[in-house]
Ligand binder design. Structure first.
Ligand code: NAI
Length: 333
């Protein structure tokens, strides 16, 4: 039998945690033949709730689940970790300034970065889900100097999936029979925030250029882009709680694709450390089109970026630069 992969989930007692853990334990993170050992990290007040979730995980008798441990100490939780899912974060509350939000999250992601640096397995892969995800990933990464920077990623796969769903819906509206599986090469650029840029100019629907197939600039600018970028707020408005099952599903997709590879002729969106590609300042953790193979990602090179796309990528990347400047000022990186 295979050695279990150690998966650490922070914020395990939260709503994404509840939607995520059962699917990890049933093989949706790494594959249906890969046993997992779960390590859950929570704050002391939420440890009891995490224990309740662990009881339910036991009660599912998942054949792939080889053990669960619960911690309120990051150093212990990340000891030997292969896949780290950093979901727990400090949400923005009423009246909170951006500086306060970044500072509160610095207090979470700095020690977690240090703990990953101290104890993670050599092949560790980190996905930050907790918001502000890109900058939280940057904070954690900057406190893990012994871990290659490319192992720290942030999640824009939910935005990517939202874009696939909206595009498929639009094309179905014209009477065509299209499923999300027919759409390739979708891209989310920039920050996981309302400034993100979902780009369909390189996307393909059943092998044909998506923007040309849709041929509706008004829809693109005034419907598609804002719908994808503001979907999080729309879910809160409708559900009375933020996206949880869809966020968990995207986290599973992100790691599964990273580990198992993108299909030929397709790519995915991940926020990864920039090497300067497409004019994104080096070191920022920004979303790009990436291919993955053998557990490594690569930014897709050579795409033509027209003025429309350039302005939108720049706006989102500028926001990331501002966040980086702000956390620098606060001494968090
Ligand atoms: P939640 O509030 O239900 O759960 C968060 C959990 O994190 C709580 O149980 C809390 O006790 C725990 N936590 C807080 N500080 C912690 C620490 N230092 N160590 C370990 N655990 C800690 O929130 P939910 O709905 O599960 O969302 C989690 C995060 O994911 C939020 O920041 C949310 O904004 C973000 N998110 C990101 C998305 C993305 O696409 N990147 C999509 C949806 C949500």
């Amino acid at each position: 039998t295979r050695t279990p992969v150690t998966v650490t989930v922070t914020g395990a007692a939260g709503q994404i945690g509840y939607a995520l853990l059962f699917r990890i334990a049933s093989g949706h993170l790494l594959g249906a033949d890969v046993p997992v050992r779960l390590r859950l990290l929570e704050i002391p007040q939420a440890v009891k709730a995490a224990e309740g979730t662990a009881m339910e995980l036991d009660d599912c008798a998942f054949p792939l689940l080889s053990g669960i441990d619960i911690f309120d100490d990051a150093t212990k939780a990340f000891d030997g970790v292969n896949v780290a899912l950093l979901v727990g974060a400090r949400p923005r509350t009423k009246g909170m300034e951006r500086g306060d939000l970044l500072e509160a999250n610095g207090g979470i992601f700095k020690p977690q970065g240090e703990a990953i640096n101290a104890g993670a397995a050599d092949d560790v892969k980190v996905l930050v889900v907790g918001n502000p995800a890109n900058t939280n990933a940057l904070i954690a990464q900057s406190h893990a100097p012994d871990v290659p920077a490319e192992r720290f990623t942030a999640m824009t796969r939910l935005d990517h999936n939202r874009a696939l769903a909206q595009l498929a819906k639009k094309v179905r509206g014209t009477g065509a029979r299209v499923s999300v599986a027919d759409i390739k090469k979708m891209t989310i650029w920039g920050n996981h925030s309302a400034t993100q840029y979902p780009d369909i100019f390189h996307a393909e629907i059943a092998g044909k250029n998506a923007a040309e197939t849709v041929n509706d600039q008004n829809w693109l600018e005034n419907d598609f882009i804002p719908t994808v970028a503001k979907r999080g707020a729309a879910i809160i408005e409708a559900r009375g709680a933020s996206s949880a099952a869809s966020a968990a599903s995207a986290a599973l997709n992100h790691v599964h694709t990273w580990v198992n590879g993108t299909a030929d002729g397709d790519w995915t969106s991940m926020a990864v450390v920039s090497d300067g590609s497409y004019g994104v300042p080096e070191g920022l953790i920004s979303s790009f089109p990436v291919t993955t193979k053998d557990g490594r990602w690569e930014i897709v090179q050579g795409l033509d970026i027209d003025d429309f796309s350039r302005a939108r990528i720049d706006a989102s990347v500028n926001e990331l630069s501002e966040e980086r400047d702000a956390v620098r000022k606060l001494g968090l990186i």
